[in-house]
Design a protein around this ligand. Structure first.
Ligand code: AMP
Ligand code: MN
Ligand code: MN
Ligand code: MN
Length: 277
């Protein structure tokens, strides 16, 4: 069975529609896919309808990736198997979307002052119906030739401390875990190696996350050394967390692809150990 439990669509900052994402997952031999858009579950019903209509042989897990603040870092928590129809969850997520909108305007103002005209409207155009993410600003800045790729544009404009960075007041990790649990889901710490934390701080985060009721952590990402994967697996055991795997796919690149290189051995207890698929 091939699992990929972290991916994005045009409902947040992914470039493929839920339909196109599912078709691509099937082509790549993924059996179980979670759509985990930033702060929204809007892609899930669209995906379910497509599976039904096109008779796709794939299991869709309803997911969400919630932005949180922890010790001055932006930490992402993935919810898996949340009830996408849960009114309370949708209501709660809409407060995150409002935060995104307020932040997006402030980012636009900051970029404007740095001489980038109308950045907000361009980001809005690129985002379409989705809430604006920094990735939408990034795409616009690349189109303007301000940087040649995402890594460059984040480094130059969008990372903390840079011209276009606006600190966000996201909810804390305990609140996010509560939202996920209240909607029937399990809470998974996303991409633990991407927060630029030292080992000491990462352990502190894992400890806080586990104490706050977190259920699992991502262990396997597409582009990762064997050593890193093994270390994360060890941390999962140390903090009594289940392990998850996910490409965090946003659009096709040579290094991230749906279902690619996400293998984990039987030594670990995966988030899906008790799922009835
Ligand atoms: P936001 O949720 O609006 O703060 O935007 C964060 C999103 O920007 C992440 O989910 C990634 O898709 C993308 N992102 C953040 N940092 C980088 C980076 N250094 N390089 C490429 N994409 C990034
Ligand atoms: Mn993203
Ligand atoms: Mn993330
Ligand atoms: Mn993600």
């Amino acid at each position: 069975m091939k699992y990929d439990l972290h991916s994005h669509t045009t409902c947040s900052d992914g470039r493929l529609s839920p339909q196109a994402l599912l078709d691509r997952a099937v082509d790549n031999g993924v059996n179980v896919l979670a759509i985990t858009d930033h702060d929204t579950v809007k892609g899930i019903p669209i995906g379910r309808e497509h599976i039904e209509q096109s008779q796709l042989d794939i299991e869709l897990i309803s997911g969400v990736e919630i932005s949180t603040s922890w010790a001055n870092h932006e930490i992402h928590i993935v919810g898996l198997k949340v009830d996408e129809h849960c009114e309370q969850l949708n209501q709660r997520l809409s407060t995150q979307i409002e935060r995104r909108e307020r932040r997006a305007k402030l980012i636009g103002e900051r970029l404007e002052r740095a001489g980038i005209e109308d950045a907000y409207h361009h980001a809005k155009r690129i985002a379409g119906d989705a809430a604006i993410s920094r990735s939408h600003y990034a795409k616009h800045l690349i189109e303007l030739g301000k940087a040649k790729d995402f890594a460059g544009v984040f480094k130059k404009y969008l990372r903390r401390g840079k011209t276009g960075y606006v600190p966000s007041e996201w909810i804390d990790i305990k609140t996010a875990i509560g939202w996920i649990h209240d909607a029937g889901g399990i809470a998974v710490l996303a991409h633990p190696s991407r927060y630029d934390l030292s080992a000491k701080w990462l352990k502190r985060l894992l400890n806080d996350f586990a104490k706050a009721g977190g259920d699992g952590m991502e262990m396997a990402l597409c582009q990762q050394s064997t050593q890193e994967r093994t270390l994360l697996g060890q941390y999962a055991k140390d903090y009594n967390l289940l392990v998850s795997v996910g490409s965090d796919f946003h659009f096709p690149t040579p290094w991230a692809e749906l279902g690619k290189n996400l293998y984990i051995s039987d030594n670990y207890l995966p988030v899906w150990h008790n799922w009835q698929l």
